[in-house]
Ligand binder design. Structure first.
Ligand SMILES: Cc1cc2nc3c(=O)[nH]c(=O)nc-3n(C[C@H](O)[C@H](O)[C@H](O)COP(=O)(O)OP(=O)(O)OC[C@H]3O[C@@H](n4cnc5c(N)ncnc54)[C@H](O)[C@@H]3O)c2cc1C
Length: 373
């Protein structure tokens, strides 16, 4: 049996877990089936909770050097601004959402892992895992050869289609929206403030969210790239206060699902990140919540308390998935009652401190205390 525990997947969650463990003196073997790092922007916002958790690793400081501090999110009924949820004063050190694309976040996490003595093994796919009485048996596919090995425990950070979850037949119940959502990163001609996110409730129905995309390596004078994320079938033709100034650099179309695993662990196999929970990008929580899983996991591993991982993590992640699902239904429902509330009650509600405080806490990941392992 290999001495080192294994982490499957070098997305943000696997990388963060390997880094947190390394900082606690635990060396892990981290494997990744892709040969190269992903260049997709995907998660665009790093929240204050994540910056808190990563602070001791030095990664938060690097992120802040490269990212942009978003001051809040403005909402619009058609083209009229109905209110802004400001993040001022919410967090003593990080009173903002940091705009930084996922590919840059992954690069910074991997750099820090390398500096801490770790190394991602690329081109290594886990094809099978099975807990045994003293650890976990695994099968790997490395180029054109297979390897059988075992390890004391395994963290599956292998994404929404997790092989580990399927091998162990762990349930992943939930529901899916039945319409497509569209995403495009492209340059826009607009006077919108690029220090804020913007949410438009469109006149013809539907929602469009606009966020600046920041990679941290932009050349001075290069056009601002924006993320347009919408449930409108043709969002780029229905932009408000903006129009395309070039072709998308990345686009995607997908169905939103809300799902949570029945169990976060089985034998010596533990699940984290998208392998354990998926939900809509509204609220910018997916990657951030997974990094929180990684931190709790590493703390427990360092204290010999991994048997508490499921009981500590599942209630927290279940509550967040429920909250994000409710929020996504509210902002995207086309029922007359919900449209009425959005158009006429929401502008009033955005002036009520208790309401905006709750929205601010959801958007920043500060809607629950982090469980102390
Ligand atoms: C189009 C899109 C837009 C998104 N936008 C946002 C957003 O705005 N905000 C937000 O917070 N989140 C967003 N997300 C979600 C966010 O990207 C995920 O929550 C985040 O990537 C989860 O990280 P992870 O490490 O758990 O999984 P992943 O990032 O999926 O990483 C899993 C890794 O495991 C590897 N792997 C899988 N199986 C194996 C195997 N058997 N063996 C070895 N390696 C394996 C994969 O190659 C991958 O590198 C978006 C996702 C998508 C698809």
């Amino acid at each position: 049996m290999s001495q080192n525990p294994v982490i499957v997947g070098a997305g943000p969650v696997g990388l963060a877990a390997a880094l947190f463990l390394a900082k606690r003196g635990i060396t892990s073997r981290i494997i990744e089936k892709r040969l190269e790092r992903s260049h997709e922007s995907r998660a665009l916002a790093v929240n204050p909770r994540t910056l808190d958790l990563l602070q001791h690793t030095g990664v938060s400081e690097r992120m802040i050097e490269l990212g942009r501090k978003l001051q809040g999110v403005s909402f619009y009924r058609h083209s009229e601004r109905i209110g802004t949820v400001s993040l001022n004063g919410l967090h003593p050190r990080y009173p903002f959402l940091l705009a930084l694309s996922q590919s840059t976040t992954e690069r910074l996490l991997e750099d820090a892992l390398t500096a801490a003595g770790g190394r991602v093994e690329r081109g290594v796919e886990m094809t099978l895992c099975q807990p045994n009485s003293h650890g976990v048996d695994i099968e790997l596919s490395i180029k054109d050869r297979a390897e059988q090995t075992s390890c004391p425990w395994l963290l599956a950070a292998d994404g929404a289609h997790s092989t580990a979850r399927k091998c162990l037949d762990i349930g992943f119940p939930g529901s899916a929206f039945d319409n497509d959502w569209h995403l495009a990163d492209l340059p826009l001609e607009t006077s919108l403030d690029a220090q804020h996110g913007h949410g438009f409730f469109l006149a013809e129905g539907g929602l469009s969210l606009l966020l600046p995309v920041v990679n941290g390596d932009e050349k001075p004078g290069s056009p601002q790239i924006w993320r347009v994320f919408s449930n409108h079938p043709d969002p780029l033709q229905h932009l408000v206060n903006a129009r395309p100034a070039g072709e998308p650099v990345w686009s995607s179309k997908f169905r939103i699902s809300h799902r949570l695993v029945d169990r976060f662990s089985q034998g010596g196999v533990y699940l984290a990140g998208d392998a354990a929970h998926i939900h809509s990008p509204i609220g910018a929580r997916g990657m951030n919540l997974g990094i929180e899983d990684a931190w709790v996991f590493a703390e427990l591993a360092a204290k010999g308390g991994l048997d508490r991982y499921h009981e500590l993590r599942r209630p927290v992640d279940a509550a967040v998935v429920r909250r994000i699902e409710r929020l996504t239904r509210f902002v995207s429902s086309e029922s007359a009652a919900v449209r009425f509330v959005r158009q006429w009650v929401m502008p009033v509600a955005l002036g009520i401190p208790a309401v905006t405080h709750r929205m601010r806490r959801i958007a920043t990941g500060l809607d629950h205390p982090i469980p102390t392992p």
